[in-house]
Design a protein. Structure first.
Length: 99
């Protein structure tokens, strides 16, 4: 019986640790570059931002779209997100000198 209790405690502890790891610490945090707010940065975000720049849609989050971190949203942000997606930029926001 004592062995069963130890195993049960171990199992419950492991389950709690797994459950804690599965829940994002800050689920509402803005991901820079995640223009469509689906939790990932992809070419869909480039498309969403380009549609915004063409006046066809509204943005979900201006902070997510500001990939250069200069508080201006323009085609440079779109290009920076594209470069991030293809792997030539490794983190966002990416400061573009002169932008
Ligand atoms: Ca996205």
């Amino acid at each position: 019986m004592r062995s069963f209790t130890k195993k049960l405690v171990s199992l419950l502890t492991a389950a709690c640790i797994c459950a804690a790891g599965a829940v994002p610490m800050n689920a509402s945090a803005t991901i820079v570059g995640d223009v469509n707010n689906d939790g990932a940065v992809s070419l869909l975000d480039v498309t969403a931002l380009n549609k915004y720049l063409l006046g066809k849609v509204e943005l979900v989050s201006y902070d997510a779209a500001d990939a250069t971190g200069n508080y201006v949203i323009n085609v440079v942000d779109s290009l920076v997100i594209q470069k991030y997606v293809i792997g030539t930029i490794y983190s966002l926001p990416y400061n573009v000198v002169g932008e």
